[in-house]
Design a protein around this ligand. Structure first.
Ligand SMILES: [Zn+2]
Length: 235
């Protein structure tokens, strides 16, 4: 159940989970979502009131997490510009050619096209290239990472969806689909593994509970290092 309240000139959207606990808890997650865990008998009006009362604190938490969200710097798609792929810098080079293609060669990311001034087309060709490479890399990472969960009975290879998202790197659906942001292909391979492992852990623990983090640490003890690295690269 998704609800919202007006707060200042913004709206705070939140989801409510009922539980048999005695007190109400408000959580702000790194994707900026607000989750309320409320006792069974708390009315929605009461919950709204509590969210409003905590509005300042919620806004502060969201502002903190917002600085870590993936953001793509403005690109002009001209020769000489720096673009990232698997944690390495590549110089973009536009090359006049009748055949449209993108190649990674000798430290350069080369886009071949007829009209090198057509920035929209350069952007689309590059976007497609990143998307294809992301899909391949993510599938490979899932295949390798899933092995580390052998004792947890992830029975099948979880289906992957590659999708551009403005506010998150990955997520997983209740039916076990893993959704990953193609942007993470720009970071190191281990950072990709970190996001994949994070989402695979969600197949066992849907929330960011203590058990969730214990499992994540068991599978990837140095996950914090790759998380920080990811945040640094993609900001
Ligand atoms: Zn998560």
């Amino acid at each position: 159940m998704d609800k919202e309240v007006a707060y200042g000139n913004t709206r705070l959207a939140f989801s409510v989970t009922r539980s048999n606990r005695k007190t109400l808890a408000i959580e702000v997650h790194p994707d900026l979502s607000i989750k309320i865990v409320a006792p069974d008998d708390t009315s929605l009006d009461d919950i709204r009131e509590r969210v409003l009362k905590k509005g300042k604190w919620i806004a502060k938490q969201q502002a903190y997490f917002e600085q870590f969200l993936p953001r793509t710097p403005e690109r002009e798609y001209v020769s000489g510009e720096t673009h990232f792929y698997l944690g390495r810098k590549y110089l973009l080079r536009l090359h006049k050619s009748k055949k449209q293609e993108v190649k990674l060669k000798g430290g350069e990311l080369i886009v071949f096209l007829v009209d090198t001034n057509n920035k929209q087309l350069v952007k689309r060709l590059l976007g497609d290239w990143y998307y294809d490479h992301a899909k391949r890399k993510f599938n490979q990472s899932i295949k390798e990472s899933v092995r580390k969960f052998s004792k947890y009975n992830i029975e099948r290879y979880p289906p992957l969806v590659v999708k551009r998202m403005t506010k998150r790197w990955g997520s997983c659906t209740p039916n076990g689909r893993i959704i990953l942001n193609p942007e993470i292909i720009k970071t190191l391979s281990r950072c990709v593994d970190y996001v994949v492992i994070h989402e695979l852990c969600h197949l066992i623990h849907p929330n960011h509970s203590k058990e969730f983090y214990e499992l994540q640490t068991e599978i990837m003890p140095e996950w914090m290092k790759w998380k920080l690295r990811l945040e640094k690269t993609l900001i």
